[in-house]
Design a protein around this ligand. Sequence first.
Ligand code: AVI
Length: 325
Amino acid sequence: MNVRTVVRAPQPIEEPSSFAADVLAGLAAKPKHISPKYFYDLAGSALFERITELPEYYPTRCELGLLQDNAPAIASLFPARCALIEFGAGSSRKARILLGAAATVETYVPVDISGDFLQQDVAQLRRDFPHLAVYPLVADFTKTFEPPAPIAALPRVGFFPGSTIGNFEPHEAAKFLRNAGAILGANAVLVLGVDLVKDPAILCPAYNDAEGVTAKFNLNLLARINRELGADFDLGTFEHHACYNREHSRIEMHLASTRRQKVRVNGKAVTFRAGETIHTENSYKYTLEAFEALAHGAGWSPLKVWSDGLFGVLALARADETKGN
Ligand code: AVI
C-alpha cells in the first residue's frame, strides 16, 4: 500500500489476540502460511518504504510516473464538487498528485486502520491545500464503513493505489471492489493501481533485490512474532524465497526453514521439516483484460487506462452508470 508508516500496537500475549490466533492457526495449517497484513509493524513499514526506493522495485516508480504524467486527464473524469476517498492511505504522496490537478475535489477522506498514522499527515495536507476539507477516517477498508457525515451529499471518487489489490486473492479483490462500489455510491469513479503480468526477468528481481531489503522485510515477520508473541525463531535458520508462479500469475513469497527444527510460539511447539516453508505473501499480476474482467464481475466498467506496459492505472465507473441506468 504505497508508503506505510503505520505503527500497530503490540498484542497482549496472555489473551490470544487476532495476531496470535492467526499466526498459530497459520503455522498449524498445511502448508504453513501467515497473512501479509502482518508485515507492517513499525520495522516492516520502514523496510517497505526502502523497498519502494529500490532500483529493482519498479511498481512505485511506474505508478508515480503514470499519475504525474496523467493527473489532469485522470482529474477530468472526476464529478464536480466531489469527495476523494483513499483506501488504506499509507501516505498521501500519491493522492497529493491527484489533489494538485483536481480543483473539483472538495473533500479528501484518507481511510486507514491506524488512527496514529492518519493524524501524522493531516496537518500538512491542510496547510498545502487550504481549500480542501480533510476528514481522516479510522476504518478497515476491506469491510463496509460509513463515510463521514459531511460528505453525505457529495459524489465520490475512490483511490486505491500501490497495486495493493494484488495482495488480495482474486475473490477478495472482487469483494473489495463490490464493497467499494457500495461505499462510493452512484456516479462513483474508482482510480486504482494494478501491477501487470510481465517477463519474470523483471518480476523476480523486484522481489529478490540485490541489497536484500525484501529478504529483511520477509524475515521481519518472524522477528515480529518473536517480539510480540514470545517466540524463539532463529532468523539465521530461515531463508527468503520469492518466485513467480506462472500458473497463478503471482509472485509468491515464502520463508524456508534451512533445517529440521522445533520453534516455540506463544507457548506452543511448531515443527519444521528441512526446506519446509511458511507462505507469507501472494502478489498477483494481472493483464489489463483479466483485471477489467474481474472488475466487471464486481460491478465496475473501465473508463480509461494509463499504462507504461509494466503497471496500469485504471479509472473505473460503476457499471450501472455506464449503461445510463
Ligand atoms: C504492498 N504490495 C503491493 C507489495 C507488493 O509488491 O506486492 C508488497 C511487497 N512485497 C514484497 N515487496 C513488496
